[in-house]
Design a protein around this ligand. Structure first.
Ligand SMILES: [Zn+2]
Length: 718
């Protein structure tokens, strides 16, 4: 089973993030899981066969197979663990820690397939299985972390004098097992263990409820646009998307759905202030409508259970528990950073609002900038100040060309080569696969799956998923990773054009993929992206910088009709406006991050989310023209699982490191400097969690990260 925090929490976390679906509702109890299984072996349990060291059998998946496969894999895993716990020999690194690393590979395989379905193929039928399996998986997790004889063996290795003879990677692995077992309750008495397990199962149920409520409102609500007058200001691409959405929703005309990808462009371009307000209200009220999908009571329950669990485990609050093994270590340090950035960001917002208000006044409208006006007037100011029209940039940003661009960057920095692999099964025909090899030696490095398009049952946003982590304990295992996005498919035969923001996101997610692909470690629990949450966004955010390098722009940002590279003049405009609207971007994010931390530092206090949100924002001096990027009743990062709870600050923390790290390139020969790239690979991208992140960073940069580079990147005075 490797380790709880890796495969299982990953499984729990990703399993709970599911997307809106358009399928018909089958009989909720009609998922018959027994019949198929008794007849023949469940293909989800099998070893991965085929080329490239074996590939996931996506072609063999049926929803009905998940429950029996997960149950069989959990049983097998428990038996493996039991054998390790009951080993009559004295415990050693080999017979305990390494044995644990080897156990549970079947569950790893099944849970990978399960997570892919949860994230990208979540039909109603699948959601029924999820609701049933979430508490069972939580209970299973506890069964291992609370196994006393097993913990005694781990503790013995941890305290053994022989530990000093292990290499540093092995010692870190021992430390990780020990502290994670302790953090999961291994040292509690029987009564507290039972209570802890109860809490975890209750939480798993509440997380599922929370997500499914948000999804129900995203799926169920929309604003219909009836006439041309309702479309005023919308560019053709937004109109096309709204028309496509109307077809899906079986409506006449055009539809703005209740998701960010539909709402944000509408708020940016619609000339109709009344409709902007209507769409904005729909979106920010998700989970807060006082109906059967209202999440407020669920939040109160989640917070109370988390506070109780933290206390059981000996931490003052959930935030202290969560941050113990992070790079920040203590919530106070994270708060300190956030507040340092908060003040200049709010000051910048006031400047931005002044600019926007002036523009609105000039239009002769007697309005006061409201939250539903922000994106709209920001776009107008962008045009007025920088003469930059986002729609002017788009024709140069073709999805497939940019994909070639990121391959090229990976070739320059890490010597990778990408070759299409058409001989592997995929979960959906839209998904394509590439083999990754070393350019010089031809040695296989792994596989990269690319799933770019939106579809029913796929969660929104963009993300990376590791299907198989690199390691050497079970032989030479190579990495399999995927990048996922939600682009709306273009017209057949026409290249898909994307925005600058989307292109940045592509480079970001590819950064996560490269982090996985570069991994060069021995033990699976320490592999690739299995690092602290406030460190994992560093490699990905770092890769964003390569999009705007002249090398990428000249070769890959080419006009879809003329093939000409993006004009320098347009690039200059993009660069000049790089810190534009940074007040808004920082404040809407940071306010949410601050509230996340404050909520989880509040301890046992019974919290009414509506009151808390208002009071906390007043206290912070939140500008009235901006709303939280995620209001509490829809804050999926924080309430759909534990994974980003008290951790939403991580993006800012990692960006401090990112901005500072890119400085290493600019101070040397530029973004493609071979020596710095090699240092980056050696100390950051290849080491996984084999070393303390702060130390790894010092090995790369020669010092600790400084916050100044971030302030400069965002255009704030430092
Ligand atoms: Zn990321």
């Amino acid at each position: 089973m490797r380790f709880i925090t890796r495969s299982l929490l990953l499984l729990l976390a990703s399993a709970l993030i599911i997307s809106a679906v358009a399928n018909r509702l089958p009989n909720p109890n009609g998922v018959n899981t027994q019949a198929t299984i008794d007849a023949e072996p469940n293909p989800l349990l099998a070893n991965w066969e085929g080329p490239y060291g074996g590939v996931p059998p996506f072609d063999k998946v049926q929803v009905v197979l998940f429950k029996p496969a997960l149950e069989a894999a959990m049983t097998e895993n428990l038996a493996d663990v039991d054998k390790i716990a009951k080993d009559p020999a004295a415990s050693t690194f080999e017979n305990t820690i390494v044995a644990m690393e080897r156990a549970g590979s079947t569950l790893d395989r099944v849970s990978t397939l399960y997570a892919v379905w949860a994230g990208t193929m979540a039909s109603r039928e699948f959601q029924v299985v999820q609701r049933e399996m979430a508490p069972k998986l939580a209970a299973f997790n506890d069964q291992i972390s609370q196994n006393l004889p097993l913990f005694k063996r781990i503790e013995a290795v941890y305290n053994s004098p022989a530990k000093k003879n292990l290499n540093s990677e092995q010692q870190r692995l021992v430390w990780l097992y020990y502290t994670n077992f302790v953090r999961s309750g291994a040292k509690l008495n029987a009564a507290d263990k039972a209570r802890l397990s109860q809490i975890n199962q209750q939480l798993a149920g509440l997380f599922t409820k929370f997500s499914q409520n948000v999804l129900a409102e995203e799926d169920g609500e929309f604003v219909a646009l009836k006439s041309d007058a309702d479309l005023a200001g919308l560019p053709q691409s937004v109109r096309d998307a709204a028309a496509a959405a109307a077809t899906t929703k079986k409506q006449e005309g055009w539809v703005i759905t209740n998701t960010r990808s539909s709402v944000d462009p509408f708020l940016t371009y619609s000339d109709r202030r009344d409709l902007r307000e209507k769409v904005w209200r729909m979106f920010v009220m998700r989970g807060d409508n006082g109906d059967e999908h209202d999440n407020n009571a669920t939040i109160t329950q989640i917070l109370q259970l988390r506070a109780e669990r933290a206390r059981l485990l000996g931490f003052p609050t959930h935030a202290h528990l969560r941050l113990e093994n992070s790079m920040a270590k203590r919530p106070e340090r994270a708060m300190q950073l956030m507040l340092a950035v908060w003040k200049p960001a709010v000051a910048r917002v006031h400047e931005e609002v002044t600019d926007m208000q002036a523009l609105a006044d000039k239009e002769g409208l007697s309005i006061k900038i409201a939250p539903w006006d922000y994106r709209y007037y920001a776009e107008k100011v962008r045009k007025a100040k920088y003469d930059l029209d986002q729609n002017e940039v788009k024709p140069y940003l073709q999805l497939e060309k940019l994909r070639e661009g990121i391959f090229w960057v990976a070739g320059e920095l890490f010597n990778f080569k990408f070759t299409p692999a058409t001989d592997v099964p995929v979960a959906h025909p839209d998904i394509r696969v590439w083999q990754v090899t070393d350019k010089t030696s031809g040695k296989q490095i792994g596989l990269w799956y690319f799933d770019p398009y939106a579809r029913a049952g796929k969660r929104s946003g963009a993300w990376m998923n590791a299907y198989r982590s690199q390691e050497r304990v079970n032989g030479e295992i190579t990495t399999i990773v995927s990048n996922n996005a939600n682009f709306v498919k273009g017209k057949p035969g026409e290249p898909l054009l994307i925005s600058w923001d989307d292109a940045t996101t592509m480079f970001h997610e590819f950064g996560h993929a490269l982090h996985g692909l570069n991994s060069n470690v021995t033990y699976p629990s320490l592999s690739g992206t299995a690092v602290a949450r406030d460190y994992v966004e560093f490699p990905s955010q770092l890769m964003e910088h390569w999009l705007s390098t002249p090398e990428v722009l000249n070769k890959f940002a080419v006009h879809y009709q003329t093939g000409k590279p993006i004009p320098q003049e347009l690039v200059d405009k993009i660069k000049r406006s790089a810190t534009f609207n940074e007040g808004f971007i920082t404040v809407e994010y940071l306010a949410a991050a601050l509230l996340d931390m404050k909520l989880h530092m509040a301890g046992d206090k019974k919290i009414d989310p509506r009151v808390f949100e208002k009071e906390a924002l007043d206290e912070l001096g939140m500008p009235h023209e901006i709303v939280l990027r995620h209001r509490l009743p829809q804050f999926m990062h924080v309430f759909s699982s534990d994974s980003y709870s008290a951790d939403y600050y991580s993006y800012l923390w990692a960006d401090v490191i990112t901005a500072d790290a890119f400085g290493a390139f600019t101070e040397a020969g530029g973004p493609y400097d071979k020596k710095v790239a090699e240092r980056l690979r050696k100390n950051i991208f290849s080491v996984g969690n084999t070393i303390d992140p702060a130390e790894a960073y010092r090995n790369f940069r020669g010092r600790d990260p400084k916050v100044e580079a971030l302030m400069k990147k965002r255009g704030f005075p430092s």
